[in-house]
Design a protein around this ligand. Structure first.
Ligand code: NAD
Length: 299
């Protein structure tokens, strides 16, 4: 690549395992399209190496990094400050280095909110029901609160994540200008009542993708009112069972999570470069990379 020279600014991805990640394709395509002298590289870094990874970020004067599992919580003590998105979620997926001051952000929820805005749905003033309180559900609940949703309910089945649901609801009540509560997914009446109450329903469970492809937490179209906005964080397949049920119920606003995935990257890109990611070009490059990966694994 001719654009790499002595002035190239480095951005990294620190996670393990990481070789499957689409983020290098996403960001390098965008740098090239805009003629920006940046490069994005993936680094296999897990728990014990994380402190050295952050030190390298400072030493090499990198502009920043994406952080993924298993480092999203562990990185917190290594940073100088946190944006509200990271403070509420207790996790970081993006680090920005401003002259040696490292700030942590979580852009997944920002990605959700921005994608919704592009689709014509502002979460401001809305009642949001989020099912699932993991890596996707927590930032979606938190960012909805930051962006002015009036009330948020987080539903979870009775597993290890139920406590996460309670924790994020408590944090929102304590630190954001919104009201939050939880419900157990097993309580079918409470779940149906919450669906009738909500303006926006987000499924952040992964039910609907492999190995649960063809399944949905809502099987009965009569549970969904016509003006409900339905957002499934799954993006493979592009149409999930929940989306089919919602379309059968006559809903107009039914979305998969592809836009959120791209917008979380675009939000990080903007933080590092100050520029808008050229989304059409990035999407095309990611589809091509997907195909290349499929061909490689089928041979
Ligand atoms: P996670 O493992 O951190 O959390 C999963 C959550 O779903 C937990 O709350 C768990 O209790 C719940 N859950 C799991 N199986 C369930 C079931 N059968 N019934 C009811 N609840 C169930 O996972 P995650 O990282 O939050 O990812 C969840 C989904 O969101 C995945 O499909 C992932 O691909 C997607 N995701 C999308 C984006 C995006 O940008 N679109 C980003 C992150 C994750």
């Amino acid at each position: 690549m001719t654009r790499i020279d002595g002035h190239t600014i480095l951005i990294g991805l620190m996670a393990y395992p990481i070789r499957h990640s689409m983020s290098p394709t996403m960001h390098n395509t965008a740098f090239e399209a805009l003629g920006l002298n940046y490069a994005y590289l993936a680094f296999d870094i897990d728990g014990p190496q994380l402190a050295d990874g952050v030190k390298a970020l400072r030493t090499l004067d990198m502009r920043g990094a994406n952080i993924s599992m298993p480092n999203k919580q562990a990185i917190l003590p290594h940073l100088d400050q946190l944006d509200q998105s990271a403070e509420l979620t207790g996790a970081v997926n993006t680090v920005v280095n401003d002259d040696g001051v490292l700030t942590g952000y979580t852009t997944d929820g920002i990605g959700f909110v921005n994608d919704m805005k592009k689709k014509g749905h502002d979460v401001k003033g809305k009642k949001v029901l989020v099912v699932g309180a993991g890596g996707a559900g927590i930032p979606i609940a938190a960012q909805s609160a930051i962006e002015g949703a009036v009330e948020i309910r987080v539903a979870n089945r009775q597993d290890d994540h139920l406590q996460n649901a309670k924790d994020i609801a408590q944090t929102i009540n304590d630190k954001a200008d919104a009201v939050a509560s939880t419900l157990a997914l097993e309580d079918e009446e409470a779940f149906k009542e919450a669906l009738a109450w909500a303006d926006i329903y987000v499924d952040a469970t992964g039910v609907g993708m492999k190995p649960l492809e063809g399944k949905s937490l809502v099987e009965n179209p009569t549970w969904l009112k016509k003006d409900l906005v339905v957002y499934d964080t799954v993006y493979a397949p592009r149409t999930t069972k929940l989306m089919e049920v919602a379309k059968d119920a006559g809903l107009q606003a039914v979305y998969n999570g592809l836009g959120m995935m791209i917008e979380q990257g675009a939000a990080a890109f903007k933080l590092w470069t100050g520029q808008d990611m050229p989304i059409d070009k990035v999407e095309a490059a990611m589809v091509a990379k997907d195909k290349e990966n499929e061909q490689r694994t089928s041979h």
